[in-house]
Structure formats: structure tokens, C-alpha cells
Design a protein around this ligand. Structure first.
Ligand code: ATR
Length: 272
């Protein structure tokens, strides 16, 4: 039986074992998938030990995604741009390939599961941290008209956007520079929701019938989902689908089969 794990610190809350076990049952793949509490001072040692003991792949979560990026022997283009790795794949030569499935997970949830057409659309991305950098390349590959990255600390949005201009129409700004702009889709990737807050963006930032998407999720609507509902959003979604989709793409990278995600998303939604 091939062994996989998710490593993070803390790790108890991770839903990945449940998700991957469900994928394995659905696809008939014979795998074991466990949680690993990563040592904050020895992430690399933890990874090396797991691989030495026969581990075939790892998911990486907070706070180790950047360390995993540095540790990987090779990187996919999207992981290279992300500056972070959430999936390690053991290759036949025992080297580790780093990938990042967060962006494709977000794109698939929005486009395949929810039916949003990204091409030609104006998108506002809130935040400029690792969560944003991690998803920008797959988003730009959908050919939106433009993506504005807006952040509380504007300088972080400028520098992130400046590093991405070779990939598409993207610019950075502060929240106060959004006055007068309107978007078809607003994605929240700030940590504001963890404190029950929403980023301070203008009330008319969303076009009538536009969509809101929060990368966070919870038992109840997130603060940003509520903002969307109060501001004419046709749909206001949380990030549960993205969580399952990023896992599905990791599973595909390891097992060469893409699980069917809707039943798993529904199961997690009902368990929440
Ligand atoms: P992550 O990896 O989740 O992106 P991060 O790199 O710490 O974590 O980034 C957190 C993001 O949430 C940043 O964009 C941060 O804005 P600043 O760069 O100005 O700090 C944003 N953020 C956190 N709390 C916020 C709040 N109350 N309102 C708006 N943005 C907030």
C-alpha cells in the first residue's frame, strides 16, 4: 500500500486525510494517508524521514509551503510562480517534485463546479500574501480581462503584481485606490475573516450580478460571503470546493486518476 501524508503545524484540524481516503475509496486506489505534525525546526528532516520510510508523496500546509518550495528538487511552472509548494511527489529516481494545486483548485471550483466563465472578466483579488501568490498563475491562464490585486498594505500588492505582469493583465493597489472601479468577481484571500472582519473596499466594487468567493470556509457563511450577499452578489461562495479540488489535483498527480469531487464536497458540507 502506498503511503501519503499531509504535514503542517498545527495539523489536527486538517480535512485532507478524510478527503483523500474518500478519493481512494471512490477510485479503488489502495493508499494510506495520514496527518504528520511537522517539527517547526526540522521540516526537511520530517520530509526526508517520511520518504525514507517509503512515503510516495506529501501535501504541505501552513507554515511549511515555502520551505517545501526550497526543498523540492524540481518545480512545476505553477509552483515556481506560486513561490510555495502544497504537493510533493516522489519521482522514480527518488527526487522530489514540487507542485502547487491551490490555483487550479480555485479555478476548477469556480469554473467547473459553479459555472463561472473567467475569460474576459474583471477580477478583484483581496490580499497579497502567500495565499494570493499561490493561485495567480492558474487564474491568469483563464484569460480574465484583468486582475487587480488590492491589499491593506498597498506596497505588497504593487510588488506582487509587478512580478506577474508577464503572465497577463494584472496590477496592484491599495483598498483606497479601488474607488470607481467595478468587478465581475471578487475573491477574498485576506486573513481578515479569521477575525470576523471584511477588507475595507468600496460598497459599489461588485457589478450587479457579480460573484464573490471567499477562500476561507466554515460552518456558517464567512464575513466576506455576507458582504457579498449584502452587495448584490448573484453568488457568494466559500472555499470548501477549492479545498476539495486542490486535493483532487494532488491525488491526480500521485495516482494518475482525477476523482469525482461533487459527492465529496457535498459530504463535507453536510458534515460541517
Ligand atoms: P496568507 O498566506 O494566508 O496569504 P499572509 O501572507 O500573512 O497569509 O497574508 C495575510 C493577508 O491578509 C495579507 O494580505 C494581509 O494584509 P497586509 O499585507 O496589509 O497585512 C491580509 N489581512 C490580514 N488581516 C486583515 C484585515 N483585518 N483587513 C484586511 N486585510 C487583512
Amino acid at each position: 500500500m502506498d503511503k501519503y501524508a499531509v504535514i503542517g503545524n498545527p495539523i489536527e484540524h486538517s480535512k485532507s486525510p478524510e478527503i483523500h481516503t474518500a478519493f481512494a475509496q471512490q477510485t479503488g486506489e489502495d493508499i494510506e494517508y495520514v496527518r504528520l505534525l511537522g517539527n517547526l525546526d526540522d521540516f526537511e528532516g520530517d520530509v526526508r524521514r517520511f520518504i525514507a520510510e517509503g512515503g510516495q508523496g506529501l501535501n504541505i500546509t501552513v507554515p511549511f509551503k515555502e520551505q517545501a518550495w526550497r526543498l523540492a528538487d524540481e518545480l512545476s511552472p505553477r509552483a515556481h510562480t506560486a513561490g510555495a509548494v502544497n504537493t510533493l511527489i516522489r519521482l522514480d529516481n527518488n527526487q522530489l517534485r514540487g507542485d502547487n494545486t491551490d490555483g487550479i483548485g480555485l479555478v476548477r471550483d469556480l469554473t467547473v463546479n459553479q459555472g463561472f466563465r473567467m475569460a474576459g472578466k474583471s477580477i478583484l483579488m483581496l490580499g497579497a500574501g502567500g495565499a494570493v501568490r499561490g493561485v495567480m498563475r492558474p487564474l491568469l491562464e483563464q484569460n480574465p480581462r484583468r486582475i487587480i490585486i488590492a491589499n491593506r498594505t498597498a506596497s505588497k500588492a504593487y510588488s506582487l503584481a509587478n512580478g506577474l505582469t508577464h503572465l497577463g493583465q494584472v496590477a496592484g493597489c491599495g483598498f483606497d485606490e479601488l474607488e470607481g472601479m467595478q468587478f465581475d468577481l471578487i475573491i477574498n484571500a485576506t486573513a481578515a475573516g479569521l477575525e470576523g472582519k471584511t477588507p475595507a473596499i468600496p460598497d459599489d466594487a461588485l457589478v450587479k450580478g457579480g460573484w464573490c468567493y471567499d477562500m476561507l470556509y466554515g460552518k456558517h457563511d464567512t464575513a466576506f460571503q455576507q458582504w457579498g450577499r449584502e452587495h448584490r452578489a448573484a453568488r457568494s461562495l466559500d472555499g470548501l470546493g477549492m479545498l476539495v479540488e486542490q486535493a483532487a489535483e494532488s491525488f491526480r498527480l500521485w495516482r494518475d486518476t482525477l476523482p469525482e469531487t461533487p459527492p465529496i464536497i457535498a459530504k463535507l458540507r453536510n458534515a460541517a
